[in-house]
Design a protein around this ligand. Structure first.
Ligand SMILES: [Zn+2]
Length: 368
C-alpha cells in the first residue's frame, strides 16, 4: 500500500449552478474523493457564469451545502468586470480568462478587453488562461508586458510546450498544466501512445457515436504532439483533469458538446504510467500536490492523505464511477493502481468504494 498526499485538481467543471443534470457539487466532489483528489478548483463557466459578487455567492452557497471535498471557485473575466473582480480576488481561486472560446458574459472579443484584467487583478493571484496555439503566445506576451504570472490551462500541442519551455528559460512567469486525456489519447484512433496494449479494443458503432465521445477542447492532438508532452514533462507544472462532464445522451447527440469527465481516472492512469516506467511517484506528487499548491497559493490540508494499492490491476468501468455523466473516454482500459482510502482533515472520506463524509464536509479553502 502506497501513502500519498491528497491530490489537488486545479481545473474542474462542477456544472452547478445551472446544469446539474450533468453534475453538481455533490457528485463532482464524490468523484474527486474516489479519485484521490481532496481539493478541487472550480471553473466559472456555469449557468449563470461566476463573474461578480452575486454569482460567486451563488456557487459558494451550493458548494457549502453539498461539497464532500475541499474547494475554491474561480471568477470569470468578462468585458465589464475588470474593475469589480479584483475586490473579490481573495475569496476566489483566481481569475479565469477564456481567450479563444466565447461564453456569453465571459466573452473577451479583443485584446483591449484583456488589458484591464491583466492590469487590475492582484499580481499575487493567479490568472488562468484558456488560450490555444498562437493565442497562448499572445497570453505569454501579456504576462511579460504586465509582469505578472499566468497559468496556461490544458496545453496539448508540441508548439505550446516548446514555447512555454522557451519562455520559462527567459524567466517569464508562466506555468502550465496538461490533462490526462492529452497524455493518453490521440486524434489518431489507432494510436495508443502511452499505455501500450492496455487500451481497450476499438469498439464498433456509428461514426457519429464515436466522434461525439472524442469531442473535447482543446482537441485531442497528434501522436507527435503527445510524444512532445511526454518528452518535456519537466516543463509541465501540473496535471489537471479539466473534468468537464456531459451526459452520454448529449455526447451521442447530433451536436455533441466538448468535454470529458476525468476526476476518477486521473490517478489510475498516472500510476499505470509509473508502472510502465514513464513517470515516477515523485513526478505525480510534484504536479498534483506541490506545484498547484504553490501556483494557486493553496493551504496545506492537515491530516489528509490517500492510500493506494499500486498493484491492483483492473478495468475502468463507468458503473464504478460517482460522476453523474454516465460515461468515460477510458471505458475498458486496463490500469494498475487503485485508490483504497482517502483521509481528509482527520476523517476517512472514502474507503473501499464508498464515500464516508456527508455533503457539506468540504471546506472553502479561501475562507478561514
Ligand atoms: Zn475547462
Amino acid at each position: 500500500m502506497l501513502k500519498l498526499p491528497g491530490l489537488i485538481d486545479p481545473h474542474v467543471h462542477v456544472r452547478e449552478p445551472g446544469q446539474t443534470h450533468k453534475e453538481d457539487w455533490d457528485t463532482a466532489t464524490q468523484a474527486a474523493l474516489a479519485g484521490g483528489v481532496t481539493m478541487i478548483l472550480a471553473m466559472p463557466n456555469t449557468k449563470p457564469p461566476i463573474f461578480d459578487g452575486e454569482t460567486l455567492a451563488l456557487a459558494l452557497e451550493a458548494a457549502r451545502q453539498k461539497a464532500h471535498c475541499d474547494y475554491a471557485q474561480f471568477l470569470g473575466a468578462g468585458p465589464d468586470n475588470s474593475n469589480t473582480v479584483p475586490s473579490l480576488a481573495s475569496k476566489a481561486a483566481g481569475l479565469k480568462m477564456y481567450l479563444d472560446s466565447t461564453f456569453g458574459e465571459l466573452r473577451l472579443d479583443d485584446m483591449t478587453l484583456w488589458m484591464p484584467h491583466f492590469n487590475n487583478f492582484p499580481k499575487d493571484m493567479p490568472i488562468v488562461l484558456h488560450s490555444e496555439s498562437r493565442t497562448m503566445a499572445a497570453g505569454i506576451l501579456f504576462a511579460t508586458i504586465y509582469d505578472r504570472p499566468v497559468h496556461i490551462a490544458h496545453i496539448s500541442l508540441k508548439e505550446e510546450v516548446l514555447l512555454i519551455k522557451a519562455a520559462k528559460e527567459r524567466g517569464i512567469k508562466v506555468t502550465c498544466e496538461v490533462c490526462p486525456h492529452h497524455l493518453f489519447l490521440t486524434s489518431d484512433e489507432s494510436a495508443s501512445p502511452a499505455l501500450g496494449d492496455r487500451k481497450a479494443p476499438r469498439r464498433g458503432g456509428k461514426g457519429a457515436r464515436v466522434n461525439g465521445r472524442k469531442e473535447v477542447r482543446p482537441r485531442l492532438a497528434t501522436q507527435q504532439d503527445v510524444e512532445a508532452l511526454w518528452q518535456n514533462l519537466d516543463v509541465i507544472d501540473c496535471f489537471a483533469t479539466d473534468h468537464a462532464p456531459h451526459t452520454l445522451a448529449e455526447k451521442d447527440s447530433e451536436n455533441p458538446p466538448p468535454g470529458f469527465p476525468g476526476l476518477e481516472t486521473l490517478l489510475p492512469l498516472l500510476l499505470t504510467a509509473v508502472d510502465d516506467g514513464r513517470l515516477t511517484i515523485d513526478d505525480i506528487i510534484q504536479r498534483c500536490v506541490i506545484n498547484p499548491r504553490k501556483i494557486f497559493h493553496l493551504p496545506e490540508q492537515p491530516e489528509t492523505w490517500i492510500e493506494v494499492d499500486e498493484n491492483a490491476t483492473y478495468e475502468i468501468k463507468v458503473e464504478n464511477q460517482f460522476t453523474r455523466c454516465g460515461w468515460t473516454p477510458f471505458e475498458g482500459w486496463k490500469v494498475k493502481g487503485k485508490v483504497k482510502k482517502v483521509v481528509l482533515r482527520g476523517r476517512t472520506a472514502f474507503e473501499n468504494g464508498k464515500i464516508l463524509v456527508e455533503q457539506g464536509y468540504g471546506k472553502n479553502v479561501r475562507e478561514n
